[in-house]
Ligand binder design. Structure first.
Ligand code: SF4
Length: 376
């Protein structure tokens, strides 16, 4: 099974925390869609397996017209073998999901929406430079439901400065009341090249302390569990049968083709490629049939370390025996003291051969992974 990711590099305005690749200059939208459709055709041999997940990410894919989305889906259908029950996800911003637009994209066969709600606090939405209000988010969700979307994921942000714990609990209650199939939680991180990065340097913004962020995260894990959501990864919670296939494909090491500026691809073995992260350069290169990506060939140790990093972030954890067999390293013996320590701190559990992180362990998943990395 394989996946296709389509990066739509446009947004109406820049959220103050975001460092994804996008442009707020929308005038090249049609040209970009044509270039991405061409890249889909040009790279049609990249994945040979059947495609079971298609994901429109960004940027803001919901600002494409139904005709533009149709052009991309048609190119994918023409050049790849698609499974009958393919999951087709579109990231959407609330301001785009009118009833008519929701209906039009539903009619194209898009069967999963990932909706960026972020918070139900209008003041904070405005502060983060989001375009929509909380009410507009709720209306968008209801529009999507009313036209037939039966698989909707909602994003929430925690650890927002000056957002009280009470407000965070209210956000969680509000999101659960909507009854989505899936919820993604992200802690607000301050990236250098963003408005928030500048505000932090200018001492106009102070990040939420780590212990408060941890408290909000751990509260959410319990709250969502009580409300029927299984945490299947650090940031992702789903009702049974609604865990994102796209995410799972990434974590399981399945091959995927990423098209559009800034998109990544993986051949399922050991080569990752990274498309140029610049709209103008991408358009020029695709037009000229020039290569517009860089490749990285992963060593065997890098592949194993990726498995450790991504595996530990999931509820299945990592299979220590399999890693020992691949790496030739006796992880149990080499890290016995460390594993015992993590165990006694209540951060991990070892069940059969699997090392699994507990809720508190997810807070330090990357640090634990780093300690277990196999050397080159
Ligand atoms: S958060 Fe989403 S909508 Fe906001 S700038 Fe980033 S990609 Fe665009």
């Amino acid at each position: 099974m394989a996946g296709i990711y389509i990066h739509i590099p446009f947004c109406r305005q820049a959220c103050h925390y975001c460092d994804f690749h996008f442009s707020t200059n929308l005038k090249n939208q049609e040209e970009m869609v044509n270039a991405i459709a061409k890249e889909i055709e040009d790279r049609k041999l990249y994945v040979k397996e059947d495609v079971s997940t298609i994901y429109f990410g960004g940027g803001t894919p919901s600002l494409l017209t139904p005709e533009q989305l149709n052009k991309l889906l048609t190119a994918i259908n023409e050049h790849f073998s698609i499974t009958d029950n393919v999951e087709v996800t579109l990231e959407a911003n609330p301001e785009d999901l009118t009833k008519d637009h929701s209906q039009a994209i539903f009619d194209l066969g898009i069967n999963r929406l990932s909706l960026g709600m972020q918070t139900f606090d209008d003041e904070k939405l405005n502060w983060m430079n989001r375009i929509h209000s909380a009410n507009e988010s709720i209306n968008a969700y209801e529009n999507a439901r009313s036209v037939g979307f039966a698989n909707i994921s909602l994003d929430l942000i925690y650890a927002i400065p000056d957002h009280s714990r009470k407000r965070w609990h209210k956000d969680l209650q509000s999101i659960v009341a909507l009854d989505p199939e899936h919820i993604s939680l992200y802690g607000l991180t301050i990236e250098d090249k963003t408005v928030f990065g500048k505000w932090e340097r200018d001492k106009k913004l102070v990040q939420v302390p780590d212990d408060e962020a941890a408290e909000q995260y751990l509260f959410a894990i319990d709250f969502l569990k009580e409300n029927g959501f299984t945490q299947y990864e650090v940031s992702n919670f789903g009702k049974e049968g609604f865990h994102s296939r796209h995410n799972n494909a990434y974590w399981s090491g399945a091959p995927y083709l990423g098209v559009g500026p800034g998109a990544h691809s993986f051949d399922g073995a050991n080569i990752r490629s990274f498309n140029v992260r610049n709209n103008a350069k991408y358009l020029k290169a695709v037009e000229a049939n020039a290569e517009h990506w860089e490749e990285e060939v992963l060593s065997s140790a890098q592949r194993i370390n990726e498995q450790i990093l991504t595996g530990l972030r999931t509820r299945n954890g990592i299979d220590l025996l399999a890693i020992e067999q691949q790496s030739g390293m006796d992880i149990h013996r080499k890290h016995q003291t460390f594993l015992n320590e993590m165990n006694s701190l209540g951060l991990i559990e070892i069940s059969d051969q699997n090392l699994i992180l507990k809720a508190k362990g997810f807070l330090v998943a990357d640090e634990i992974a780093l300690r277990l990395f196999v050397p080159e």
